[in-house]
Design a protein around this ligand. Structure first.
Ligand code: HMG
Ligand code: MG
Length: 284
């Protein structure tokens, strides 16, 4: 039996959030519905963030209300604060994510808060989710490089990972937000993080600016990670990370993992259709 690796599809959220053109809600729903047929266990479909900060994600509740939920698929959403959590919960998100940064510069740009302030803001989100029985994912951004502060020290990542673990996150996704990480830097970061949390509770989230995402996934696989975030069509970026290019493309990760003998449980044909649909939603 080939070993399973999960691709966590973030296209409808990370892939679309930077698009300048307002994408009709119906188009987002059509993308999620197609993705629901591809075999993903989880799809990140929305962000309950300030619509002034990320206008493209303002229709998250409508997206969650409009999709045809497939059995066995969890639909996830980003929640930066309690208000976002309440919105996500009311909309029926199956999993929520709190998202911190390993660098102060990006934390300020993305959340208007220091790392410590952001973690304090996440505490009531995690507590509410725990009492509602909603699983919480944690993100750490800028795990190797920050667009504002330069290279990130591995120990800084480990500290934020530990804080998210202590808040009860069942999984922490490690984000190379601007896609500048080298395999050596990713390995050093994972070495530091492994002192705080087991590999089974980690996910890799690589943007592909420098074309090193697949090499970085290989390093993470060797360290025991078995969950990778990706976006169909390689869409994406972060509005608050200048220079952030697309997420690594789901179809590329799928082909790479299957060639290496892993089982993703995905239907490559449906993924290819979703990638074409997603690329058609890109403005430029
Ligand atoms: P703030 O301006 O410090 O906070 O923003 P605020 O409390 O003053 O709120 C500002 C406005 O937003 C107010 O409205 C609030 O009511 C409203 P106004 O009075 O100006 O009309 N507001 C909200 N509205 C809807 N839902 C909410 C909410 N909260 C406040 N939940 C805040 C602080 C956290 C809100 C803001 O910084 C924010 O929304 N940031 C999110 C930025 C974001 O979504 N970035 C992209 C996702 S992260 C990412 O892509 C990285 C990742 O992929 C991993 C990786 O690649 O590294 C995950
Ligand atoms: Mg990202």
């Amino acid at each position: 039996m080939p070993e399973a690796v999960e691709i966590f599809e973030v296209g409808p959220r990370d892939g679309l959030q930077t698009e300048k053109r307002p994408i009709p809600t119906a188009d987002k729903i059509a993308l999620v519905d197609l993705l629901s047929r591809a075999g993903f266990r989880r799809i990140e479909v929305a962000s309950f963030v300030s619509p002034r900060w990320v206008p493209q994600m303002a229709d998250g509740a409508e997206v969650l209300a409009g999709i045809a939920r497939a059995p066995g698929v969890g639909y996830a959403a980003l929640t930066p604060n309690l208000r976002g959590y309440e919105g996500a919960r009311a909309a029926g998100a199956d999993e929520v994510a709190i998202f911190a940064s390993a660098s102060e510069g990006f934390s300020r740009a993305n959340l208007n808060a220091t790392i410590a302030e952001s973690l304090a803001r996440f505490a009531p989100v995690a507590a509410a989710a725990r009492s509602d029985g909603v699983p919480v994912r944690g993100y750490v951004s800028c795990v190797t490089d920050c667009p504002f502060d330069g290279p990130t020290a591995p120990g800084d990542v480990a500290r934020v990972v530990a804080a998210l673990r202590d808040l009860g996150c069942h999984e922490v996704s490690l984000g190379d937000t601007i896609g500048r990480g080298t395999p050596e830097a990713v390995d050093a970061m994972l070495d530091a993080v492994s002192g705080e949390i087991e590999a089974a509770a980690l996910a890799g989230h690589f943007h592909d600016t420098a074309g090193r995402a697949l090499a970085n996934i290989d390093v993470a696989l060797a360290r025991g990670l078995r969950v990778f975030d990706a976006a169909v069509g390689g869409l994406g970026g972060c509005p608050y990370a200048p220079g952030a290019a697309g997420n690594v493309a789901t179809e590329a990760v799928l082909a790479h993992l299957e060639a290496a003998g892993f089982d993703t449980g995905l239907d490559a044909q449906v993924v290819a259709q979703a990638a074409a649909l997603a690329r058609g939603m890109r403005s430029g």
